[in-house]
Design a protein around this ligand. Structure first.
Ligand code: PEP
Ligand code: MG
Length: 539
C-alpha cells in the first residue's frame, strides 16, 4: 500500500480507480538506451497507431461536426507523415542513445518553437498541432488513454490542477474524487469537489502516472490517498463510508425545513452553480434559490461565442427548474484564470489584476448586451436577478445598468416579454467595492460578497498559487471587517446582502455572519443541508 499526503479541501471518502488526466504529463526523463533499433521501432509503431486513431476521429467528426471541423484531424495525419519530423526524432534516438519518449518531446518542442516564431498566422497556429501530435504519440508510448471519455465509472481524477475548460469537459457522473498536485482552497477543483460532494485533496506534489488505473482510497478527512489499499484499509473505509452515508441520511431529514435560528432569525440559504449538471444537486439538496449562477460555463463549453438564443434556452431552463425561486445570474466573469481561446485575450503579466469580468463586458458592449438580452428574456419565465462581478466603482455599475436599460428598451420595441422590475445586484469582491459600499448601495438592489476574490485582492495573495495557501486566509480579520462594513452600508440603504464565496460555508464564522445581519448565504449545493443544520442550532 502506498500512502500519499496532501491538503484536504473537502471531507468525504471514496474508493475507485486512479485516472490520470493526460494533460498532466509527468516530466518525461531522458534515459540512456542500448537497443537503438528497438526504440526506433517503438516510435514507428506509435506513429502507425496514432494515424489509425486520427483516421477514426476524422470519420467520426465528419458525421458529427462536418468537413470543416473535421479537417484538423487530416492536418494531424499529414503532419504525422512528415519525414522531417520523424527523421529528427529517430536521428536523435540514434545519435544520443536516448529513449523514444524524450526524443518525441524534445523534437516536438523544437518544431513547435519554429512554427510559433513564423510570421504567417496560419503557420504559427500549427505550433499547437505539433504539441497535440506529440501528446498523442507520448500517450501511446506510455500506454495511456487519450480521451477523457474513456474515464470509467468511479474514477479518482489525478491531475496537476484542473482548469475550468478541463472541468467543463469531464464526464462528472463517473468521478469519485479529485487529487491535484497543486491547487488551492478556492481553485476550480476545490469548488467542483464541494459542489459534487466528492473528496478532494490538493498539493500532493507530482504523483507518478505509473499508478494510472490502480485501485485507491481517497480519504478527504485526513488528506491521504492510499494506492493499492490493504485489506485493513478497505475494511476501515467500508465502515467509515457507512457512517458517512448514515449522516447524509440524517441531514436529508432537514429537507423542507426552514433555515432559521432558534430565536427565529431567518436566513436565505441559496446554492452556487457552475455547470448545468449542478442543477440536479441544487434540487436534491433543497436549496432555497440560486445565489450565484456562474454563467462562464456557457462560454467555456462552446467553440465560439454562445448566441443570445443559446444562452436564453439555458437560463430559461434553470429559471423554470427552480419554479419561482430566486436565480441570480452573474454576468460573464472571464479572464484571470478563466481563459477561453476564441476570446483571444491578451497575454498579461498579472491577469488577476487585469482585463477580466465587467472590464471585458464594458469594453465589448455587443458581447455584454447579447448576454443581458438572454437573461432578460429568460426573466419572463421565472424569478431571475442579474449580478455584475468585479466592480470597483459607481461608474461601472451605472454603465452596466445603462446597457441593461438599453436591452430592455430594445426588447420592449420588439414585443419580447421580460421582467422590467428585475433585481440588479453586484458582487463585492474587491476591497474598493467594500470600502465604497455605501455609495454602491444607492445603485443596486442587493450585494453578494465574493470572499474568494475579496481575500486574494485584500491580502495581495493569488488564490491560484498553491505556494500561498497559508496567505490566502479568508478568515483574516481584514476580510471580516470588510464584510461587516458592507453589511452595515447595505442595510443603511435598505438593501439586502449575502455571501457567495467559499467562506459562506465556514462553520466557525456562521454565528458571526448571522449576528452581523447577513441576509443570505449561497453555498455549494452539497453544503446546503449542513449549513441549515448549523443555523437551526444557533440561538
Ligand atoms: C468569489 O470571488 O468569491 C466568487 C464567488 O466568485 P468566483 O469564485 O467565481 O470568482
Ligand atoms: Mg470572484
Amino acid at each position: 500500500m502506498i500512502e500519499i499526503n496532501g491538503k484536504s479541501v473537502y471531507n468525504s471518502l471514496a474508493m475507485g480507480k486512479l485516472y490520470f488526466l493526460n494533460k498532466e504529463k509527468d516530466p518525461v526523463k531522458r534515459v540512456k538506451i542500448s537497443d537503438i533499433r528497438k526504440e526506433v521501432l517503438r516510435v514507428e509503431e506509435a506513429r502507425r497507431i496514432a494515424k489509425n486513431e486520427l483516421r477514426e476521429l476524422y470519420e467520426k467528426a465528419l458525421v458529427s461536426v462536418g468537413e470543416a471541423n473535421a479537417q484538423v484531424f487530416q492536418i494531424h495525419i499529414m503532419m504525422l507523415e512528415d519525414e522531417d519530423f520523424f527523421g529528427a526524432i529517430t536521428s536523435m534516438i540514434g545519435m544520443q542513445n536516448i529513449n523514444a519518449e524524450f526524443a518525441v518531446i524534445h523534437t516536438s518542442e523544437v518544431f513547435a518553437r519554429t512554427f510559433g516564431n513564423m510570421a504567417d498566422e496560419y503557420m504559427r497556429a500549427r505550433a499547437a498541432d505539433v504539441q497535440d501530435i506529440a501528446d498523442r504519440l507520448l500517450n501511446i508510448l506510455l500506454g495511456k488513454d487519450k480521451d477523457d471519455d474513456k474515464i470509467s465509472q468511479n474514477s479518482i481524477i489525478v491531475a496537476s490542477d484542473l482548469t475550468p475548460s478541463e472541468t467543463v469537459r469531464l464526464d462528472k457522473d463517473k468521478i469519485a474524487g479529485f487529487v491535484t498536485f497543486r491547487g488551492s482552497q478556492t481553485s476550480h477543483t476545490s469548488i467542483l469537489a464541494r459542489t459534487m460532494n466528492l473528496p478532494a485533496i490538493i498539493n500532493t506534489g507530482v504523483i507518478s502516472a505509473e499508478y494510472h488505473g490502480r485501485t485507491a482510497i481517497l480519504d478527504g478527512y485526513s488528506g491521504t490517498l492510499y494506492i493499492d489499499p490493504d485489506n485493513d484499509k478497505i475494511e476501515d473505509f467500508k465502515h467509515r463510508k457507512k457512517l458517512e452515508d448514515e449522516r447524509a441520511e440524517l441531514l436529508r431529514t432537514l429537507h423542507g425545513k426552514t433555515t432559521e435560528t432558534k430565536s427565529g432569525r431567518r436566513i436565505k440559504l441559496y446554492a452556487n452553480i457552475s455547470y448545468p449538471q449542478d442543477l440536479r444537486e441544487v434540487l436534491a439538496n433543497d436549496a432555497e434559490g440560486i445565489g450565484l449562477f456562474r454563467s462562464e460555463f456557457l462560454y467555456l463549453e462552446n467553440q465560439d461565442f454562445p448566441t443570445e438564443d443559446q444562452q436564453f434556452v439555458k437560463y430559461k431552463e434553470v429559471a423554470e427548474a427552480l419554479g419561482g425561486k430566486t436565480v441570480i445570474i452573474r454576468t460573464l466573469d472571464i479572464g484571470a484564470d478563466k481563459k477561453i481561446g476564441y476570446f483571444n485575450l491578451p497575454q498579461e503579466e498579472n491577469p488577476a489584476l487585469g482585463y477580466r469580468a465587467i472590464r471585458i463586458c464594458l469594453s465589448d458592449i455587443k458581447l455584454f448586451k447579447t448576454q443581458l438580452r438572454a437573461i432578460l428574456r429568460a426573466s419572463a419565465f421565472g424569478n431571475i436577478s442579474v449580478m455584475f462581478p468585479m466592480i470597483v466603482s459607481q461608474s461601472e455599475v451605472r454603465r452596466a445598468k445603462s446597457c441593461l436599460k438599453e436591452c430592455m428598451q430594445e426588447l420592449k420595441s420588439e414585443g419580447i416579454p421580460f421582467n422590467p422590475k428585475i433585481e440588479v445586484g453586484i458582487m463585492i469582491e474587491t476591497p474598493a467595492a467594500a470600502i465604497i459600499s455605501d455609495l454602491l448601495a444607492e445603485e443596486v438592489d442587493f450585494f453578494s460578497i465574493g470572499t474568494n476574490d475579496l481575500t486574494q485582492y485584500t491580502l495581495a495573495a493569488d488564490r491560484q498559487n498553491s505556494r500561498l495557501e497559508d496567505f490566502v486566509d479568508a478568515r483574516h480579520e481584514s476580510i471580516i471587517r470588510l464584510i461587516e462594513l458592507t453589511v452595515k452600508n447595505a442595510h443603511r440603504k435598505g438593501k439586502w446582502v449575502g455571501i457567495c464565496g467559499e467562506l459562506a460555508t465556514d462553520e466557525q464564522l456562521c454565528k458571526r455572519f448571522v449576528d452581523m445581519g447577513v441576509d443570505e448565504l449561497s453555498v455549494a449545493p452539497s453544503q446546503v443541508l449542513k449549513v441549515r443544520e448549523k443555523i437551526r442550532n444557533l440561538d
